[in-house]
Ligand binder design. Structure first.
Ligand code: FAD
Length: 483
């Protein structure tokens, strides 16, 4: 730990996806060294202008920043918000405020890496020390390798290696934060309203942002639902998961904090043991997809399994629109897409089902669905989103095998057995008898205002199998030619 005597530098900590004060690795390091500390967030013009950052996530981000700013003010510090291109903004501030050291927590996507390399070059040119920290994940992909030194491509061995390293290292949380005082002259711009970016206060009901809300959510989840998580996590009609994904996305809570809290339960609450274990597995899936993106940045544009780049997708715009708007005539799929529109979030099981429906039942390229999700999800994260989409499309690392295709009605019947989820989000089906909610076309009087199914699952399933088999046969033929 840095001693107070070494607190002699003018330091800038650049917040990005780590919008919290507790257990923040780079912030703790910055504060330990600083006699004067600037706390910066850059509203990145490249991201704000892009289609990927849609209204829900932008609103949640602005709310997160407002809460971070308030928390800092309560502790005699301030959040300096600037808008522009990070490499330009940061370079100007380093120069004007004579900053000696800049800290940040590492990000793993290809854009973030290019951005950080540009900022590093600017800082080097100005003689400021750059200090990067690991924080977003417990272990980076370079820390977890197979025996032959290769990156993992399959989840289970990755998870085993992950736990082995955890037990060997026992990564700890950062200690209590002693915030250094602000640089008196460092002022930013006022935090803009969402409307400044052409984003209205749309009807999406978002969760409350911020570090305190994240901590409350974790506490509430571990005090109750986690005990039945292993059983209920696939049920979108129940409140059985943590709903921490938006907070993890923006770093309002650290993954270390989540894991330590779950591990404590393992030892103190036998009833919660299975649930806590399963929940930690899911946090490790998040780490797995971060590792995949870090090692294979091409997955954002191409299939993880290159042979599937040859798949020929349908380009049916009307079907895509029906999927986006929750009008496919398949209740479980439509409920999920409407949950996304209404709340900016979707439960994991329906995420898998709607992604399968888009790629297998509608034969539409997974990249269109991935982009749509990224623009709409409050937790939209390139690594987990790409991982989830390529899993469902069967093109990814450790993906769903192409011949296992979800039946959209049976999935509904199994995971929404009373139809409560469907009824919550598809009001046209509220009057339908429970046994017909997932297949209203079989009801004695199908509701007139709900669409008929836009495709026949049995027929589309065969087309999907053929789509994959054509590619696989081509690959086999090429192999045979070579032999
Ligand atoms: C097509 C598709 C797209 C997805 N897009 C995203 C995305 O953009 N952002 C995102 O955070 N998650 C994404 N997921 C993963 C998962 O659906 C969400 O993380 C989860 O539903 C969030 O709810 P929760 O916080 O209640 O999860 P919990 O069940 O409480 O799990 C705890 C945490 O573990 C992580 N996690 C859980 N499941 C997964 C998973 N399958 N993959 C990676 N991490 C996981 C999340 O950080 C989550 O908050 C996607 C999944 C699919 C199938």
């Amino acid at each position: 730990m840095t001693s107070p005597a070494s607190r002699s530098e003018r330091v800038l900590h650049w917040f990005r996806s780590d919008l919290r004060l507790r257990d923040n690795t780079a912030l703790a390091a910055a504060s330990g060294r600083a006699s004067e500390l600037v706390l910066l967030f850059v509203l990145d013009d490249r991201l704000l202008g892009g289609a990927a950052l849609g209204a829900p996530r932008l609103r949640f981000l602005l709310d997160s920043l407002a809460r971070l700013a308030a928390a800092l003010e309560a502790r005699g510090q301030r959040l300096v918000v600037k808008r522009g291109l990070p490499e330009v903004v940061v370079a100007a501030l380093l120069r004007t405020w004579k900053i000696e050291r800049i800290t940040w927590n590492r990000d793993y996507g290809p854009y973030a890496r290019r951005r950080d390399a540009a900022v590093r070059r600017a800082a080097d040119g100005l003689g400021a020390v750059v200090e990067e920290h690991k924080d977003r994940v417990v272990f980076e992909s370079s820390e977890l390798r197979t025996r032959s030194g290769a990156p993992f491509q399959v989840y289970t061995p990755f998870r085993n290696a992950w736990w082995a390293r955890w037990h060997a290292e026992r990564p700890e949380r950062a200690g209590p934060l002693r915030l250094a005082p602000p640089l008196a002259t460092a002022r930013g711009d006022a935090l803009p309203e969402a409307s400044a970016f052409g984003v209205g206060s749309d009807a999406t009901a978002l969760p409350t942002a911020g570090e305190d809300a994240a901590a409350r959510r974790l506490e509430r989840f571990l005090a109750g639902p986690v005990a039945d998580y292993a059983r209920d996590r696939d049920r979108p009609d129940l409140d059985g998961t943590s709903r921490l994904s938006p907070y993890l996305r923006f770093g309002a809570i650290s993954v270390r904090t989540c894991l330590h809290a779950a591990l404590e339960l393992l030892h103190t609450e036998p009833r919660s043991r299975d649930g806590a274990r399963k929940w930690m597995d899911e946090l490790i899936w998040r780490e797995f997809y971060h590792a995949i993106l870090s090692d294979h940045p091409r997955v954002l544009a191409r299939c993880f399994r290159p042979e599937y780049d040859a798949l020929v997708w349908d380009d049916d715009d009307a079907a895509f629109r029906a999927w986006c708007e929750g009008r496919t005539g398949h209740p479980f799929v439509d409920a999920a897409m409407r949950q996304l529109a209404a709340t900016g979030w979707m439960h994991n099981r329906p995420r898998m089902v709607v992604a399968s429906f888009l790629t297998k039942d509608l034969g539409i390229d997974w990249r269109r669905g991935e982009r749509f999700f990224l623009a709409r999800l409050v937790d939209g994260d390139p690594a987990s989103n790409n991982g989830g989409w390529q899993w469902a499309a069967s093109t990814g690392s450790d993906a769903q095998p192409y011949f296992r295709i979800f039946h959209p009605v049976k999935q509904g019947e199994r995971f929404d057995p009373h139809g409560d989820y469907v009824r919550r989000f598809v009001p046209e089906l509220r009057g339908v008898e429970p046994r017909f909610v997932q297949r209203p076309w079989d009801a004695p009087a199908p509701p007139r205002d709900y669409p008929r199914p836009i495709v026949d699952h049995a027929a589309q399933r065969i087309r999907a199998l053929r789509r994959f088999e054509v590619v696989r046969a081509g690959r086999e033929a090429r192999r045979a030619d070579k032999d």
